[in-house]
Design a protein around this ligand. Structure first.
Ligand code: UD1
Ligand code: MG
Length: 490
């Protein structure tokens, strides 16, 4: 077992509450901000402590919540809370599960955090644990001073400033309610003292719950030292109970993500309209223009310019690449390629170096080779395009026969003319051409010109004959009657 200051025996993440104020079919802690659920953020912060055991206490929507949590941390210990309510009971059952996994009572430091406090960082938790261990405390509570402490437990201090306990808002006197230093609900405990105290905690209070906060008094009774770490950063201890708070915390988290990237050399023109998930990776000298959202595992290389008005989800963007007013998901754009404006890039699109997908193009499951261009107005699906090929305006792959999808293979240095349709499965060899409006149903050999030619027929005088009296007929009439001034010798 590691015994440095930052590595506790266990972290217990409390996630059993219902979260009814969210008014949602989805459990509160599964609501997302910046690309992760709230509990996902809480688990990431907890993992940063590298605890020997990580456990989450669940009850509300047990199976759904447990499955979600396990999908994030597969080896987490799921602890079930029974019908006895309160944070004290939740921790008691969390600790029992940890001890069971350990095969006996764990020793050392046990940290408690909440699944609905998403801005808490590993760094602040490390500070809490370091302070707790260095001072040899029985309990160290993370506190914050709030302008409006309503609803929170208040930190009660002795005349000498040491912490004597926590009084819940509902149980507090007017005098105690005037205290604005609050309990964040995040603590470091000595495992043995916590284990001894929890069975002694009663439900004899305004909410008839087992209060974890009662452990502070019980720890002092056995001679333990109780102290507080007060953070200046109130955002890190705030929970989201409703959708208003969810949006407020989400906006602050996004602001922090943007600030981090700007400090690392990323240019963000308008932070107010830019949203970047926590797992996105950017290089210095990337420029992000207004109205851009970068989601999931998106990675952007140096000198790339993204936006305005662009949404990328799990997209890898190369160096010096530009993406303008486009939407892309699960795609790769190599160095110095360009996308947009107004491109819709669907999963499986791989754009090569110096290649282009231009205006009003939709792609899906397509590989475009180096230097090739799909410049305007079309759809390419289930296709492979070689290098330095130019796909003309309005080209389309007819890749779906109503039952199955088929592939189109287009070689290198191909020139396709406007409005060509590739009826898959079909292939076009290197250096081949297609004529305007070609419907390519048969493979085209290298170097061939494919045309699907229907003779053009002009029916003379058709407009005057069939549409008499219309402006079109009158225009045709004027065009066919030589004007007097044009007459030779006039
Ligand atoms: C708790 C603290 C309060 C503190 C506040 C900070 C207690 C008695 N009070 O109050 O001092 O200021 O948090 O937000 O601890 N939970 C369970 N099982 C339960 C009850 C709660 O897992 O039976 C979980 C919830 O999912 C939530 C957390 O514990 O993540 C806090 O629960 P909540 O009911 O919000 O606590 P408060 O009453 O606000
Ligand atoms: Mg409560």
């Amino acid at each position: 077992m590691t015994v440095d200051n930052h590595s506790p025996a266990a972290v217990i993440v409390l996630a059993a509450g219902a979260g009814t104020r969210m008014k949602s079919a989805k459990p509160k802690i599964m609501h997302e901000m910046c690309g992760r659920s709230m509990v996902g953020h809480a688990l990431a912060a907890a993992q940063g402590l590298e605890p020997d055991y990580l456990t989450a206490v669940v009850r509300f929507e047990r199976d759904r919540v447990a499955e979600h949590i396990t999908s994030i941390v597969p080896d987490i210990i799921i602890a079930d809370q029974d019908e006895i309510p309160g944070t004290g009971r939740a921790v008691e059952q969390g600790l029992e599960a940890v001890d069971a996994a350990h095969g006996g009572p764990v020793q050392g430091t046990v940290v408690v955090t909440y699944g609905d406090v998403p801005l808490l960082t590993s760094e602040l938790l490390q500070e809490l644990v370091a302070e707790h261990n260095e001072q040899g405390n029985a309990v160290t509570v993370l506190t914050a001073v709030l302008d409006d402490p309503t609803g929170y437990g208040r930190i009660i201090r002795d005349a000498d400033g040491s912490v004597s306990g926590i009084r819940e808002h509902k149980d507090a006197t007017e005098e105690e309610r005037a205290i604005n230093e609050v309990n964040s609900g995040i603590y470091a405990f000595d495992a043995a003292i916590l284990r001894d105290a929890l069975p002694k905690v009663s439900t004899d209070n305004a909410q008839q719950e087992k209060y974890l906060t009662d452990v502070l008094g019980l720890a002092r009774e056995v001679g333990g030292r109780v102290a507080a770490v007060a953070t200046q950063d109130r955002w890190q201890v705030e929970g989201a109970n409703d959708r208003v708070q969810l949006a407020t915390l989400g906006k602050e988290m996004n602001r922090r993500v943007l600030e981090k990237w700007m400090k690392l050399g990323v240019g963000i023109i308008d932070p107010d309209s830019t949203w970047i998930d926590v797992d996105v990776i950017l290089s210095n000298d990337v420029t992000i223009k207004p109205g851009t959202q970068l989601h999931g595992q998106t990675i952007v290389g140096t000198d790339a310019v993204i936006g305005p008005d662009t949404t990328l989800t799990n997209v890898r963007v190369g160096q010096g690449t530009t993406v303008i007013r486009s939407v892309a998901t699960d795609a790769e754009f190599a160095d110095h390629s360009s996308v947009g404006p107004f491109a819709y890039i669907r999963p499986g699109t791989k754009l090569g170096e110096d290649a282009k997908i231009g205006a009003f193009y939709e792609t899906k499951n397509v590989t475009v080779g180096k230097g090739s261009k799909l410049s305007h107005l079309g759809y390419m699906g289930d296709a492979e395009i070689g290098e330095y090929t130019n796909i003309g305006c309005g080209n389309i792959t007819a890749n779906y026969d109503g039952v199955n999808k088929h592939r189109t293979q287009i070689g290198s240095h191909v020139r396709t003319s406007s409005n060509s349709v590739f009826v898959a499965p079909v292939s076009v060899g290197d250096g081949a051409y297609t004529g305007a409006g070609a419907v390519v149903r048969k493979d085209v050999p290298a170097g061939a010109l494919a045309i699907t030619y229907a003779q053009q027929k002009n029916m003379e005088g058709w407009t005057q004959d069939k549409r008499p009296g219309t402006p079109a007929a009158e225009a045709a009439q004027r065009a066919q009657t030589p004007s007097t001034t044009d007459r030779p010798g006039a």
